[in-house]
Write a protein that binds this ligand. Structure first.
Ligand code: SAM
Length: 317
């Protein structure tokens, strides 16, 4: 059914941990789906577009509902092309949701053009509802010490806001237009939810978000207005083994500081200053001193550095 009506009827206030959704882009005669050289007879018909003139009001209405159903601290990721990005941003800014990141997803098989640049990205707008604890599992995929062959942090690279993730070929399988790749959905779900959380997708389409969510042992709710897509993909979703993806995904390795995110108390700060002076006087090297203090105080490098830089009389070297 229609997601606005459906959310009002079926989803309680403050009940959803994470919304991931990919609304119709409002491009009349959308050609995007024709670019993967695929056989159209495997594409389910009845995909519902939104008229350009209605797009702003439509976006405001469903985003207002998404804000209502999210729990305080819950996260929302909205996919958008560039044509109607302005309407989505305007609708988000008319809520109390807070902007966290504006992610660019670069995909393969962009729309082929000769007299202009090839369009090969989407926008992913990541916002949170204020007033509660936000789930962001910083080290769920790559631990703090994991490095690539050039010594660069894999965690840092994975959390950069430009994502290069290929679309998936699904030759010979029934599909919806514009299905999202599972690697992209796994990433969002891992960072912004925990097992057992409830995820909502207001525009289920080919149920990619739903199938990935169940595969990662999350619960799912959502809507799709196209009855044939809904019926077909719901029966496919019922075949997904809850949690089956958990065995396939990589999880972050490495040591985490024992007192990470714990508030510093006054005694601890005074003892940090004392130890800093003692060790620094011997080593005469700030970064080696901090590394020793990391072990002693169970804190990360930057947590120690920040405190040291706030030390009365400290001279930044
Ligand atoms: C871009 S697709 C979603 C694709 C989906 N993320 C996937 O990976 O398969 C948007 C979907 O929203 C559906 N839709 C359009 N208007 C709707 C509405 N008012 N309520 C619910 N679904 C709607 C369309 O039929 C289409 O399947």
């Amino acid at each position: 059914m229609d997601c606005i009506e459906g959310a009002r009827k079926y989803i309680r206030n403050d009940s959803v941990d994470l919304v991931i959704t990919d609304p119709p882009f409002g491009i009349a005669g959308d050609q995007v789906h024709k670019h993967y050289h695929r056989k159209e007879n495997f594409v389910l018909h009845g995909y519902q577009e939104i008229e350009t003139a209605e797009y702003a009001a439509f976006s405001r209405d469903w985003i207002k509902e998404a804000e209502r159903v999210l729990r305080p601290g819950g996260s929302i990721y909205v996919f958008s092309g560039y044509s109607n990005l302005l309407e989505i941003l305007n609708a988000l800014r008319q809520t109390k949701l807070l902007e966290v990141n504006h992610i660019i997803w670069k995909y393969n098989f962009g729309v082929y053009t000769t007299k202009k640049y090839v369009s090969s990205h989407y926008h992913i707008l990541y916002y949170v509802k204020p007033g509660g604890k936000v789930t962001f599992n910083t080290h769920i995929r790559y631990g703090p010490d994991e490095k690539d062959t050039k010594g660069r942090s894999l965690n840092y690279q994975d959390r950069e806001d430009v994502w290069i993730i290929n679309r998936e070929y699904k030759p010979g399988r029934v599909k919806n237009k514009n299905e999202l790749p599972s690697q992209l959905l796994i990433k969002i779900i891992q960072y912004s939810s925990n097992e057992g959380d409830l995820i909502a997708d207001f525009f289920l389409g080919g149920f990619s978000t739903a199938k990935t969510a169940v595969g990662l042992n999350r619960a799912i709710t959502g809507f799709e207005i196209n009855p044939s897509a809904f019926k077909y993909h719901l029966s496919e979703l019922q075949k997904v083994q809850p949690g089956y993806l958990l065995k396939q995904i990589k999880s972050g390795k490495g040591k985490y500081p024992a007192n990470k995110n714990k508030k510093w108390n006054e005694m601890e700060i005074l003892s940090l200053y004392k130890r800093y002076h003692e060790i620094y006087n011997q080593l005469q090297n700030k970064s080696r001193t901090i590394k020793i203090l990391q072990e002693e105080f169970g804190r990360g490098y930057f947590a120690i550095l920040n405190k040291i830089e706030q030390m009365p009389g400290h001279i930044v070297r």
